[in-house]
Design a protein around this ligand. Structure first.
Ligand SMILES: *Cc1c(COP(=O)(O)O)cnc(C)c1O
Length: 220
């Protein structure tokens, strides 16, 4: 068992001061590890791969709130639509339309965050900061998705000023943006290596894996 319950307790305590929600990122980790953290009180868990999520969901307690934090392909939305609590990485209107369609089929409203590309690196998915504002009108007919916030990933870098600057950009957009005349609620930013900076810059939901579950064996 590689769960670090001590680290969990101290992170939870720290995050409580700013009302920040912890999503425990359990990708590649066994259900026993998730159960162990669940037994310590954790209910929000994040996964990156559809098949892995579906298999774990079937084996674990039903009051877990499952967050999908990976890159979601449209043709796989149907497998998680009946139970997923929040989809973090929505990076196109066409994906949002598919989520809406599957939500209708399941008679649900699915919570979504739009992923915004804030890192300088080319490889990260997401809307451009300005592109998003121009596409918001496309959300109008999509009644079964609740777009309640933004998600972003900073550059993987030791340069904390750079990371901080990227989080600042996202926070500023988060504060300004209104969707259907409503202010956004959730700003998902920060991982094991940068969550402290993210919270300082206004994050209210962090996604932490390796600090809780130990390093992943392979980098996926
Ligand atoms: C894997 C992953 C995390 C957690 O990363 P750690 O560095 O292990 O905390 C957070 N967010 C996303 C989108 C991820 O893919």
């Amino acid at each position: 068992m590689s769960v670090n319950v001590e680290a969990y307790q101290s992170i939870i305590k720290e995050l409580k001061q700013t009302n920040t929600i912890l999503v425990a990122v359990s990708k590649t980790k066994p259900v026993a590890d998730i159960q162990a953290l669940y037994n310590s009180g954790q209910r929000d868990f994040g996964e990156n791969y559809v098949q892995e999520l579906v298999e774990k969901e079937a084996q674990l307690p039903k009051d877990i709130r499952w967050h999908f934090i990976g890159h979601l392909q449209s043709n796989k939305v149907k497998y998680i639509a009946s139970f997923v609590h929040l989809i973090h990485g929505v990076d196109s209107i066409s994906l949002l339309k598919e989520i809406n369609k599957q939500a209708v089929k399941n008679n649900r409203i699915i919570n979504c965050l739009l992923q915004v590309h804030i890192a300088e690196e080319e490889t990260k998915f997401g809307f451009g900061l300005h592109e998003l504002e121009n596409q918001l009108h496309e959300l109008d007919g999509l009644k079964n998705v609740n777009v309640c916030g933004l998600m972003g990933m900073a550059s993987f870098s030791d340069d904390t000023n750079k990371v901080r600057g990227e989080f600042k950009k996202l926070k500023s957009m988060f504060s300004k943006l209104e969707i259907r005349n409503t202010k956004l609620e959730i700003l998902s930013m920060g991982m094991s290596g940068d969550y402290i900076i993210a919270v300082e810059e206004g994050s209210n939901m962090v996604r932490i894996g390796s600090l809780l579950f130990g390093a992943r064996e392979y980098n996926k």
